[in-house]
Design a protein around this ligand. Structure first.
Ligand code: GCO
Length: 252
């Protein structure tokens, strides 16, 4: 059960945090995983750890905010590695400022990385599978901020709400090709991304008291769900978002 033996996976934002946890879990389940990240040193460190499990794993440096270059980048990738059965869109960015303080460049950067790059990369990925008559599984990493807002999350929340709807649209468009698209919505997870939040004692206490399971999440809380959603045991699941949030959304 829950095996990904022989599958090839691509994970954006895969060199740290939630992306790395997912890359690890997929690899442990049998996949050979390629991670995409912007930071060379982090890429190499992460790839080394993945290669201990499967020597076919590797890392590619690319900046997904460069949305006009994604098409060329992806065709280069599949020439090098072959088709990917699994795509995880985890690369993310935020600008934690009050809405009226956000500049257009900051807004565009968040929308490009969180939403537009996921759309373009997923489309390229699906195109390559459709033309080869191959099934596939794609996961978008959503957020609590697709459902609720806290101050300073306007661009981020808008991008994640868009991404959650994109899960449904892509699932419906590609179902006839047996390409499944689902979302995972992490709650408050301790990563580099949330470091400014968990280092703030008041905020950190608020997260713990607001979360029914009474703690921050760890990246390792996320990976196993990605394995499940990508493996054949989940073959009838598409268009869903699974929140892994310690009960945050269930309570008020
Ligand atoms: C923020 C947001 C995110 C959350 C995460 C919860 O402040 O930018 O609250 O960082 O941690 O998306 O799902």
């Amino acid at each position: 059960m829950f095996t990904l033996d022989g599958r090839r996976a691509l994970v954006t934002g895969g060199n740290s945090g939630i992306g790395f946890s997912i890359a690890m879990s997929l690899t442990r389940a049998g996949a050979s995983t390629v991670i995409i990240g912007r930071n060379n040193k982090k890429n190499i460190d992460a790839a080394n750890l993945l290669q201990k499990i499967n020597p076919l794993c590797s890392a590619e440096k690319f900046d997904l905010s460069d949305v006009s270059k994604i098409q060329t980048f992806y065709s280069r990738l599949i020439k090098k590695y072959g088709l990917f059965d699994i795509l995880i869109n985890c690369a993310g960015a935020t600008v934690r400022k009050r809405a009226d303080m956000i500049g257009i460049d900051e807004w565009n950067n968040v929308i490009n990385i969180n939403l537009t790059s996921a759309f373009i990369l997923s489309s390229e990925w699906a195109k390559s599978l459709i033309s080869n008559n191959r099934p596939g599984s794609c996961i978008m990493i959503i957020s609590l901020m697709s459902e609720a807002a806290r101050p300073t999350t306007s661009a981020y929340g808008a991008s994640k709400a868009g991404l959650k709807q994109l899960v449904k649209s892509l699932a419906v468009d590609w179902a006839k090709f047996n390409i499944r698209v689902n979302g995972i919505g992490p709650g408050y997870i301790k990563t580099d991304f949330t470091e400014p939040l968990y280092k703030n004692r008041d905020f950190s206490r608020w997260v713990v008291s607001r979360t029914p399971l009474g703690r921050w999440g760890n990246p390792d809380d996320i990976g196993p769900a990605a394995v499940f959603l990508c493996c054949d045991d989940a073959k009838f699941i598409t268009g869903q978002t699974l929140f892994i949030d310690g009960g945050w959304l269930a309570s008020f």
